[in-house]
Design a protein around this ligand. Structure first.
Ligand SMILES: NC(=O)c1ccc[n+]([C@@H]2O[C@H](COP(=O)([O-])OP(=O)(O)OC[C@H]3O[C@@H](n4cnc5c(N)ncnc54)[C@H](O)[C@@H]3O)[C@@H](O)[C@H]2O)c1
Length: 438
């Protein structure tokens, strides 16, 4: 069961980062990596760049940097490739996104100008608020998947990359539920050839990536690889997949605060979350169908953390509302308000108010970096299928059928670090600690 340390292939040569969507998150990520490489900024928010990991007993005082403990690719090994319906290069797109200051972008301008998006696989039926000129043409969805595979080969040859990882940083697609075409790989491939309307663009990318033995991470709540057909392909090609939906602003806070309330058996009668944001993501989410995909992803969190089935008195009647309002003046600087109605001893009510003035892409960029490096580690360690240990990064973690997802950020962190210990043949940390008192 355990992939032994010797089974992890070394991180040799360049790692290609395939970004679908060259918008706010992708450009903030690329610009950040280049700025860190030039030592003009620090990679705060990234576990792989900042984090230490404790090994052995507390008395051993062994806490190496994660990047020195596990064989991760280096920032200098990364090469970027992208797709977008807009032809602007990463510098132009970063300026338009308005996340990073012009002075910082000027310092990495040349690097960003070198990242020009390939024409996208795009269909307005799945993202209704957008349209752009840089799109592939193909008779069938299978043709489009073939063209993507051609792009991978072209990039691999020109950049001489040894391995690749794809991360979906494209817009949120409309809400879709699994259909018969998603049930087996055979049905799915038939659907690609027959242009089945239940195969959105994101699935065409994921199919092409997995078919080319490229791991796929899903930063949006789109269904994409969360269907049996694409999981079957991931297993067949022995490739890891992970998702869905980067856990950044408000949901990050929810998965920090809710486990704390639960640990103290404080009851909850309502949680009202509202967001105002004005970036392109906010505009796409202004479409009710795209919002529904996001809403499903955001709503699931509380139920699994609070376990109302075990604690009906405390969590059986929660009014949980999530709103996203597109408000252009704020740009990428989102405001997430939470009003939390709780109750304590003898049922006495209390309120907790959180107002998170956050920056969406600043929170998301380090997650993209960590996911790229960990997904690459997973492929070199021959870990295939769903990577539940990466739940830490997602609002709506993928799990094996029948398993509920773990949303508690602290359990997710422990699971991630224990997976790293396991991969490197170190003992798991259980926090039992009785031995210190023997
Ligand atoms: N920033 C965050 O905190 C955060 C958190 C969770 C999830 N996300 C998700 O990450 C994604 C990216 O967010 P963003 O702020 O960068 O959005 P953005 O709108 O700035 O960028 C998305 C880009 O994807 C492109 N695109 C859409 N469909 C495409 C397709 N089929 N092929 C290629 N390109 C396509 C768009 O043209 C756009 O440039 C969104 O789905 C968002 O919901 C972001």
């Amino acid at each position: 069961m355990s992939p032994k340390p010797s089974k992890i292939a070394p991180s040799e040569g360049k790692l290609g980062v395939l970004l679908v969507g060259l918008g706010a998150v992708s450009t903030t990520f690329i610009a950040g990596v280049e700025a860190v490489k030039k030592k003009i900024a620090r990679p705060f928010g990234s576990m792989t760049q900042m984090g230490h990991i404790r090994l052995g007993k507390r008395t051993e005082k062994r806490s190496p940097l994660i990047q020195e403990f596990v064989p991760l690719a280096k920032l200098t090994d990364l090469a970027f490739c992208s797709w977008d319906i807009f032809p602007e290069n990463a510098y132009e797109s970063a300026l338009k996104s308005g996340v990073l200051e012009r002075s910082l972008l000027t310092e990495v301008r040349e690097d960003l100008e070198g990242v020009k998006p390939f024409p996208a696989v795009f269909d307005r039926n799945y993202v209704r608020k957008l349209n752009g000129p840089n799109q592939k043409k193909g008779r069938t969805k299978m043709d489009l998947a073939d063209q993507l595979q051609g792009d991978f080969r072209k990039f691999q040859e020109t950049e001489r990359v040894k391995r690749m990882v794809m991360v979906w940083c494209g817009s949120t697609e409309v809400y879709l539920q699994p259909k018969p075409v998603h049930q087996t790989l055979r049905a799915f491939e038939k659907g690609l050839k027959e242009n089945d309307p239940d195969i959105p663009s994101s699935m065409v990318y994921a199919y092409a990536a997995l078919k080319s033995r490229i791991p796929y991470a899903n930063g949006a709540p789109n269904l994409t690889t969360d269907v049996p057909a694409l999981l079957e392909l991931a297993h067949e090609m022995k490739m890891p997949v992970s998702g869905k939906d980067f856990k950044t602003g408000q949901t990050l806070m929810k998965t920090i605060v809710a486990p704390g309330l639960k640990a103290r058996y404080l009851g909850l009668s309502g949680w009202f979350s509202t967001n105002i944001l004005g970036n392109r993501d906010g505009e796409v989410l202004d479409d009710p169908e795209s919002f529904k995909t996001k809403e499903e992803s955001k709503l699931g969190v509380l139920d699994t953390i609070l376990q109302p089935e075990l604690y009906p008195e405390l969590y059986g009647k929660i009014h949980h509302k999530v709103r996203i309002n597109y408000y252009p003046p704020r740009g990428d600087n989102k405001e997430g308000w939470d009003n939390i109605d709780i109750f304590g001893w003898l049922g006495y009510p209390m309120q907790l108010k959180l107002d998170f003035l956050c920056r969406d892409s600043i929170l998301a960029a380090p997650l993209v970096l960590d996911l790229v490096l960990y997904m690459d580690l997973a492929q070199r360690a021959e870990m295939k299928g769903i990577q539940e240990w990466l739940s830490f990064y997602y609002k709506s973690p993928m799990t094996a059928p029948g398993l509920y997802p773990e949303h508690n950020l602290f359990i997710q962190e422990m699971k991630l670090k224990n997976t790293l210990r396991y991969l490197m043949g170190e003992e798991q940390i259980t926090h039992l600690g009785l031995e210190y008192y023997e």
